[in-house]
Design a protein around this ligand. Structure first.
Ligand code: NAD
Ligand code: LMR
Length: 329
């Protein structure tokens, strides 16, 4: 049997946590041969702690063979000590009348504190996935507050946007989601995100030849970008099970690999494709040997450049706000 991996999930008593933790326990994230020491971090309030206790009781009641231990704590040091994987979910979700970026002020402090705790206590090779919104900029904050950890290890979730797109494309073309290759969503998990089919193949054929341009421009791009709002409108709460599923997919692929198959991860830019260094940006990646690599050598069209630039602008504006918050903290 392998040695257990310590996985921290923040916001464990929230909506996403309620789906995510049970999938981790069942082995969906790290594989059926990988035991897990699961640590749930929640806010230090009576109601959050009580709710986390209830979730832990249910996890216990599942008798998951892979759960070596389950702890629940409000203590950052205890939670992040030697943590190897962190899913930073705990944050306030938006309501109907808000954009994701409206959450910056409400949530930035959480990621400042958690970045620092990761820097001080976590395993030096920790893999971090930020789910809490605005996810890209929160990942930027956590990374800036953890200068001793490899910046590459701070990622944000755009896999939900990727998965949403796959289903839209599959339904439109009558193909299976598994028939779709070389697709990615560039940029920010926000209104400007750019689901890009320039290189995409569907059942071996060029997607651009199968998909009408007006559907792509007028329906597909806005539908993917506004899917989060559509879910909030329909459910009265933001997406939860699909978000948890995307988080499982993101870490699963990062740890266990994709071969040469593209996935979307938001990762700190090293200046790829003209994206300013340090912005946490959705890009096409492949994963192998527990590491990810941005797909190289793509010749961008003017259309791609224009949409990438819109996302750069959005993330630069958020970065300007949080750089001040970090400096003051
Ligand atoms: P929720 O309100 O149901 O749960 C959030 C939980 O986080 C609560 O239990 C709360 O007590 C906890 N929390 C708050 N501050 C904390 C802290 N400092 N430490 C630990 N726990 C803390 O929200 P949810 O629906 O689970 O969503 C969580 C976040 O994920 C939101 O910001 C939401 O917008 C975001 N989200 C992102 C994506 C994505 O694709 N990136 C998708 C869906 C939701
Ligand atoms: C989503 O895309 O479903 C989440 O980011 C929640 C939201 O605020 O849209």
């Amino acid at each position: 049997m392998k040695k257990p991996v310590k996985v921290v999930v923040t916001g464990a008593a929230g909506q996403i946590g309620y789906s995510l933790l049970f999938r981790i326990g069942a082995g969906d994230m790290l594989g059926m041969d990988q035991p897990v020491d699961l640590c749930m971090l929640e806010r230090n309030t009576e109601s959050s702690m009580k709710a986390a206790k209830g979730v832990k009781m249910e996890l216990d009641d599942c008798a998951f063979p892979l759960l070596n231990s389950i702890t629940s704590t409000p203590d950052l040091k205890k939670a992040f000590k030697d943590a190897q994987i962190a899913l930073l979910v705990g944050a306030r979700p938006r309501t109907k009348d808000m954009n994701r970026s409206d959450l910056l002020n409400a949530n930035a402090q959480i990621f400042i504190e958690q970045g620092r705790a990761i820097n001080n206590y976590a395993d030096r090779n920790i893999k971090v996935l930020v789910v809490g919104n605005p996810a890209n900029t929160n990942a930027y904050i956590a990374r800036k507050c953890a200068p001793d950890i490899n910046p590459k290890n701070f990622t944000a979730m755009m896999r939900l946007d990727h998965n949403r797109s796959l289903t839209q494309l599959a339904q439109k073309t009558g193909c299976k989601v598994t028939d779709i290759e070389k697709f990615c969503v560039w940029g920010n998990h926000g209104n400007t995100m750019y689901p890009d089919i320039t290189n995409t193949l569907i059942a071996g054929k060029k997607a651009e030849d199968l998909i009408p341009t007006d559907w792509y421009l007028d329906y597909f791009i806005p539908t993917v970008a506004s899917r989060g709002s559509a879910i909030i409108e329909a459910r009265g709460h933001s997406s939860a099970a699909s978000a948890a599923n995307a988080a499982i997919d993101h870490i699963h692929d990062w740890v266990l690999g994709t071969g040469d198959k593209w996935q979307t991860m938001a990762v700190p830019s090293n200046g790829e494709y003209g994206i300013p260094e340090g912005l946490c940006f959705g890009m096409p990646v492949t994963c192998n040997n527990g590491d990810y690599e941005v797909v190289k050598g793509l010749e961008l069209t003017d259309f791609e450049r224009e949409h990438i630039l819109q996302n750069v602008k959005a993330l630069e504006a958020e970065r300007a706000v949080v750089d001040e918050l970090i400096a003051k903290a």
